[in-house]
Design a protein around this ligand. Structure first.
Ligand code: FAD
Length: 211
């Protein structure tokens, strides 16, 4: 898993939840992005890290944020003749993690998922949600709230700040009811996931940060 586990730990964490070892060995990140399922496990991580995708065709090369590439349920901005040539993932200093819930613990399509990235240098927080909208959703209100309320010197936040973060994450979701879950459960679950990630983030001081 190295060097991914060190450079983009949330991507490593998400990748470990994909399918079975056979799927993980055969599948690619470009295939995960090309499928563009709202439940694709790599996608909230790419969205939270503000990754860029490079598209190559006989006509030339173009690049765009992954967030713009994912336009809907299994719909991307790719044009006929284009290939995903590269996915550029920024290396961010700070805690990052991925969590998902499904109907069982392995080989499971996410009923709700979330990726949290704390950027200790910019003092910003990014939260991306999966399986709770037509495509991956970022949560500007929740991100702003936690970024402003976090004590960046100690990497701590009071319980009421995390509770509000959970509410804002749930409010950012746009889930549907389908054969896997109800919209209400998804809305609830994604808030729980976001709050859990924030608790994990605030329990881990950033390496190199004075505490
Ligand atoms: C049993 C099973 C379990 C699975 N479990 C999970 C799971 O838990 N989580 C999850 O996220 N996914 C899961 N998947 C879905 C899938 O395997 C993964 O999303 C994987 O990352 C797909 O990668 P691939 O390289 O096999 O893509 P492919 O299946 O080869 O391609 C998928 C799509 O992307 C396009 N594509 C692939 N590469 C490129 C490229 N370079 N440029 C442009 N388009 C491209 C293809 O044309 C196709 O439309 C599962 C699949 C199976 C069969």
């Amino acid at each position: 898993m190295e060097p991914i586990a060190t450079l983009a730990p949330a991507l490593a964490e998400a990748s470990r939840t994909v399918g079975s070892p056979q799927i993980r060995n055969a599948g690619t990140l470009a295939g995960n992005l090309g499928t563009c399922s709202p439940a694709g496990d790599g996608l909230p991580v790419l969205a939270a890290l503000d990754a860029q995708v490079t598209l190559l065709s006989a006509g030339g090369v173009r690049s765009m944020p992954v967030l713009d590439f994912m336009v809907g349920v299994k719909r991307t901005a790719i044009q006929p003749g284009e290939l995903i040539a590269e996915i550029v993932i920024p290396v961010v200093r700070g805690w990052q993690g991925y969590a998902k819930v499904g109907v069982r613990n392995a080989m499971v399509i996410a009923v709700a998922s979330a990726c949290l990235v704390v950027d200790a240098d910019r003092r910003t927080v990014a939260l991306a949600l999966g399986s709770v909208g037509p495509t991956i959703l970022r949560c500007p209100d929740a991100e702003r709230w936690l970024g402003e309320q976090l004590d960046w010197a100690t990497m701590t936040a009071p319980a009421e700040v995390l509770a509000r973060f959970r509410t804002l994450a749930s409010e950012a979701s746009r889930p549907i009811t389908d054969h896997r879950s109800t919209a209400d459960y998804r809305r609830h679950a994604v808030g729980v996931l976001a709050a859990r990630l924030a608790r994990r983030a605030t329990a881990h001081p950033v390496a190199g940060t004075a505490v």
